[in-house]
Design a protein around this ligand. Structure first.
Ligand code: G2I
Length: 447
């Protein structure tokens, strides 16, 4: 049932659909605790996403963790203006396409980040006069949103347009300085026409609690709603550390925006720290989102601490070796899920198999396969070894082989139980019979 729940939750694009499907099947989300962030969040009618970098998708553990746990992806840098339109009118979208294709082929939603932002802006944009800049801004929105039309769940149309500090004023940028306050409204109107199905968000940081900056954003959203300027959501980046802790009025702040008639999303969550203190802060944030009906999802700003923009602060849910941190367990629990990593078939039970030739003497060789448990303890494993013809195995130790043609499937003899991350190995002696080729070691499966 655990497997069934996960599959249903992943297949359905919207969490509410997942809940309905489960109810039809005679189950509820509560009846069987979900065992990934994405499936647990879906049980609450929400998505759980991560910022994704195209250049890490080839790393097996990165992709496996992303694919297993998350139901939404935000390209971390690939959709920014410097990456997508480095010279005027020339759109370079290959890296962004990689993230979008990876995510969508695995049933994830995609958040678009970001269309109009003062940072990561190519210098040609800043050199334009007002009329040209207005055209370039609209062309950029149309170019990106047109390319991804129908594929993006929510777009950060404008990012970080307000100043830090107490004034609540707009931040100086080419857009603000040349086009004035109206550039935000214009960007949203252009965006609505470009992809009417996409949710259009304003996204910012240090707006997570009630303060002068969030008050200024609040006033803008209220004005937009009263005048019919198209806006659907507000993103709260939520980059927290000891200098910028989770605000005590986080939930109230999310709620007051929701009460304006927009969705709220936690868009770039990371919290520096470790252990139970970090976990407690993640619980606060997750609980706050769950307490606000229109908080539709949470995105953490990266998959693993290894590649975080604040990697020194270890702010994410998986450590540098893709192990679940206490913060992970805290979020999963807050979402109503349960890890239960020893359960057969649980996605936590995994292993890898690595082959080495440990000796070679002309007519024969010794091979060794090292089995390493993934991020949960395992109670058994099997690994397959395909032997090149016409080689034959004369002996095998620390494992139990069964044969089908030249495919040897090895299960444990005494060494099935491994702690998370722990290794064991089996070895075998091969008669070459004229071929010195290396065997192929297939997948490792664990329970
Ligand atoms: O700064 C944290 C985030 C604040 N809100 C908007 C987000 O878009 C922003 O993300 C970060 C990325 O996580 C970083 O990865 O934005 C940074 C740039 O403003 C990104 O850093 C840049 C480095 O500055 C570049 O040197 C590097 O080439 O990442 C680029 C790609 O790795």
């Amino acid at each position: 049932m655990t497997m069934t729940l996960r599959c249903l939750a992943r297949t359905a694009a919207a969490g509410l659909v997942a809940v309905a499907a489960l109810a039809t099947a005679g189950h509820t989300a509560e009846a069987e605790a979900a065992d990934t962030l994405g499936s647990a969040a879906a049980g609450q009618g929400r998505y759980f996403g991560a910022a994704v970098a195209a250049n890490h998708l080839g790393e097996a553990d990165y992709a496996a963790t992303l694919d297993r746990e998350f139901t939404s992806a935000t390209p971390e840098n690939e959709m920014k203006w410097d990456a997508t339109e480095p010279s005027r009118g020339t759109f370079t979208l290959a890296a962004a396409d990689r993230v979008v294709d990876h995510a969508r082929s695995r049933g994830m939603d995609v958040r678009g980040h970001t269309l109009v932002w003062h940072s990561q802006l190519p210098s040609w944009v800043g050199a334009l006069g007002a009329a040209d800049l207005r055209t370039a801004m609209n062309d950029h929105i149309n170019g990106l949103m047109g390319h991804y039309k129908g594929q993006i769940h929510s777009w950060d149309v404008v990012n970080e347009a307000f100043q830090d500090g107490g004034s609540g004023a707009r931040r100086s940028s080419p857009f603000q300085d040349r086009l004035g306050d109206g550039f935000i409204e214009e960007a949203f109107r252009t965006a609505r026409a470009a992809d009417p199905a996409a949710r259009l968000c304003y996204n910012d940081y240090n707006t997570d609690g009630v303060n002068a900056k969030s008050n200024a954003v609040y006033a803008m959203v209220k004005d937009f709603k009263s005048r019919g300027v198209p806006i659907d959501c507000v993103g709260f980046q939520s980059h927290f550390n000891s200098a910028s802790p989770v605000p005590a009025d986080y939930r109230q702040n999310l709620q007051r925006f929701a009460d304006l008639g927009v969705d709220v999303q936690i868009t770039e969550l990371d919290i520096e720290g470790s252990g139970s203190a970090q976990a407690a802060n993640y619980t606060k944030v997750t609980d706050a989102c769950l307490a606000v009906d229109r908080c539709t999802g949470i995105t953490v700003w990266g998959v693993t601490d290894k590649y975080s923009w604040r990697s020194g602060g270890t702010p994410l849910l998986f450590d540098g070796d893709y192990r679940k941190k206490p913060a992970y367990d805290a979020v999963l629990t807050a979402l109503g899920g349960s890890g239960d990593p020893g359960d057969p078939g649980d996605p936590g039970a995994s292993c890898t198999a690595a082959y080495t030739r440990t000796a070679d003497w002309g007519s024969g060789y010794n091979g060794q396969v090292t089995i390493t448990a993934g991020d949960a303890p395992i109670s058994s494993w099997t690994a397959t070894v395909v032997l090149p013809s016409p080689q034959s195995v004369s002996s095998l130790w620390n494992g139990t082989p069964t044969w089908a043609g030249n495919v040897m499937t090895v299960s444990p003899s005494w060494n099935g139980t491994l702690a998370a991350g722990a290794s064991t190995s089996f070895g075998f002696t091969v008669a070459k019979n004229g071929s010195g080729a290396a065997p192929t070691v297939g997948g490792c499966t664990a329970s």
